[in-house]
Design a protein around this ligand. Structure first.
Ligand code: ADP
Ligand code: MG
Length: 292
């Protein structure tokens, strides 16, 4: 590629809200065979709402909400915000929490009212040796409906299944259809539950799903996709996406996401619109075509 054509291509991209931070990213994107997406905040709005709360027999809804909210009050995760908003909407007083910790890709934990309270994915409870008990079936129903199931436990006993729903971005279906039209293999790579990930992938017509992965697992997924199909573009927004953005042949960060993701990416999509991925690809192809 000549320096001038690269300048013209990156200039046109910038007008469309796509910042190429390096000239060679245009070339890398043009060669991509796979586009892999993070889910939360990338294909979905990243603003989950609490839509279900099923408690174990003898556990009051208010008690479950106040314990969950107490732990999540200290967390930055979008899921935590959803639980706090629900507690606020229902007028639940949130008690203080001590010894808060977050466990990446798993959930959060704190001491509330002297009890050891955890909130997170089923694998978090499994790792802690907590049986899902009577709330397991409610959690499974939440996942099958395409929502994210979480569990609340105190002192080793599961108290509730919590469902959060994070709507798909309105522009996502058209963007995915266009990428398939360009002949790309499209993949969802997420830390979320497998059933909820599958439901989102089916609605958007993605070719494959890799779910329930920790940040390192996203890197492994990128490598496996490259071995199977060729160069990989990865689109993400979160702290947990930074390693995958760096590993990909070209990393595209959602500009509304975290600074850490933006720093790890070669391309920044200024708006949250996943359609910008299509525009970036079209510009990369047009630029490189002009040169040949
Ligand atoms: P994603 O790839 O979807 O951005 P994360 O790695 O942030 O995923 O989280 C993966 C999963 O870990 C979530 O779907 C949730 O089950 C659990 N989790 C992480 N943080 C929290 C939290 N603060 N509260 C509850 N669950 C959490
Ligand atoms: Mg995300």
């Amino acid at each position: 590629a000549t320096p001038v054509s690269i300048m013209v291509g990156t200039g046109r991209a910038a007008e469309l809200g796509v910042l190429f931070r390096r000239g060679d990213a245009l070339q890398a994107l043009q060669g991509a065979r796979v586009v892999a997406f993070d889910k939360t905040g990338t294909l979905t709005l990243g603003r989950p709402e609490l839509t279900a709360l099923d408690t174990a027999p003898g556990v009051a809804r208010e008690e479950a909400l106040r314990l969950a909210a107490a732990v999540e009050a200290r967390s930055e995760h979008p899921i935590a915000r959803a639980i706090l908003r629900a507690a606020e909407a229902e007028g639940v007083a949130v008690p203080p929490a001590e010894r808060f910790e977050t466990v990446t890709g798993m959930g959060a934990r704190a001491i509330v009212d002297g009890r050891d309270v955890i909130v997170g994915a089923d694998r978090f409870l499994a790792a802690e040796g907590v049986d899902l008990g009577p709330v397991g079936a409610a959690g499974a129903r939440i996942a099958e409906a395409g929502r994210t199931p979480l569990y609340l436990a105190a002192d080793g006993v599961a108290l509730a299944a919590i469902g959060v729903d994070d709507p798909i971005k309105p522009e996502a279906p058209a963007a995915l259809a266009a990428l398939r039209g360009l002949g790309l293999h499209t993949v969802l790579v997420t830390g979320d539950n497998a059933a909820s990930a599958r439901a989102v992938a089916d609605r958007l017509g993605l070719d494959a799903v890799v779910a329930e992965v920790l940040p390192g697992g996203k890197v492994d997924a990128i490598r496996a996709l490259r071995d199977a199909h060729g160069p990989v573009a990865f689109v993400g927004d979160g702290i947990n996406d930074a390693p995958a953005l760096a590993e990909a042949d070209v990393g595209l960060a959602i500009g509304t996401g975290t600074d850490i993701a933006i720093e790890a990416a070669e391309v920044v999509l200024i708006s949250g619109d996943p359609g910008a991925v299509v525009r970036a690809l079209e510009i990369s192809r047009a630029t490189l075509r002009n040169i040949r």
